[in-house]
Ligand binder design. Sequence first.
Ligand code: SF4
Ligand code: SF4
Length: 483
Amino acid sequence: MNERANPADLSVDGPLYAARRKIYPRSVSGTFRNVKWALMAACLPVYYLLPFVRWDRGPLAPSQAVLVDFPNRRFYFFFIEIWPQEVYYFTGLLIIAAMALFLMNAVGGRIWCGYLCPQTVWTDLFYAVERWIEGDRRERIMKDKAGFSLRRARELVAKHGIWLIIAWWTGGAWVLYFADAPTLVKELTTFQAPVAAYLWIGILTATTYTLAGFMREQVCTYMCPWPRIQAALTDEWALNVTYRHDRGEPRTSAKKAEELRAKGLPAGDCVDCAQCVAVCPTGIDIRNGAQLECIMCGLCIDACDDVMAKLGRPTGLIAYDNEVNIQRRIAGKSNIYRFVRPRTVIYAAIIAVVGAIMLYTLATRSFLDISVLHDRNPVAVKLTDGSVRNAYTVRILNKQNHYRTVALDVDGLPNLKVQVVGSDAATGGRPHIAVGPDQTAELRVLVTMSPGLGHDKSTGLTFRITDTDVRESAVAADHFILP
Ligand code: SF4
Ligand code: SF4
């Protein structure tokens, strides 16, 4: 990958810092621009409106479909409720996300960067506002050169005002994922919301405004690690936005090209109009080859296709392609595409396996759980009648949104007496414990062994809780220790 192909770049021996060269991307229409508009139209409403989507979980649970409930340490996603003990689901999601990114990269280059990354989507949105108020590329360049005027001041106030509203809306939507959205909106508007909510909205407003309004392509070029990782992960078969130099070179003007062709001399299809550069949101020239700055948004394809159509030449001078096919065409061979390769198979297999495991564990997950912690000091107490008592901290998790009563059994030694401290059922029989909806009950459990029954220093015990109404049970293992 050529990191120095952009003339604006530092030379190898040059300074380590270069001031940003302001970029004025021209508007363009075409297939890839339409795909970007469609994805933006699909993704932004989801982001802004999802916190208001309701999901009925019963009267004792939050009714927000997607909610990160920090105070109660829960994450809700429609019918899924994740407890702190189940954070491994997030590990699974992160693995799937990483593999999906790798797979996209192996198939079609930086699809994520060009179409789906929030930095790209919001920068695109901010550019749309800029064009709407200040005009297209040429007008914006002229206005910046012309200097300050009252009309210019009005335009700048309007542009920055709209940018700030979008940024504020973006930050505001983010905090709504962390509390009941309608309630928080009411509190925010009446200045009764927690200070943290205002603080986070302020931080996210500032970052959105700065990243999408000012830093733009610099985030992709200098701050994001993905271009470097992507460059190390790609291979010769990945389809990247490519200038087909086999077809475009030697580049010359449209008129000269016609003259050369009329004489039977070679002439490339590139007419050196620089429209591909004019529309590029990172300001690079794709004809210089693969570059770190290229987010592969495909807008140069649209611009060049437009030029080719006007010239009556075939479209696709810039296209999703690779160097293998360029070399094959130069050698007079036809294109070949290899989507099924060891790396794509491995990425897809990992996604499928991790996804299947997650689905299986979700489908079969227990709504009842138990954990046991043996007392460390003392580990055992010998009572006056010769019996031995061990104490445990037992946590019972009820993941259902209604009250449940569970029976506690401890197996492993004969005639054990199980006592739950503070429980009326403590003195014999089988203790029954009531656990509130979506709650954890923490108990202190005393297990007593009659004199002379155990001889091993440590004997394994099984703690079992059973909800007899639905016949659901959970077990945990620990030990009974003699003094
Ligand atoms: S838009 Fe197409 S024809 Fe024009 S300079 Fe770029 S590659 Fe060449
Ligand atoms: S070179 Fe083309 S694909 Fe790459 S960022 Fe510029 S416009 Fe997008």
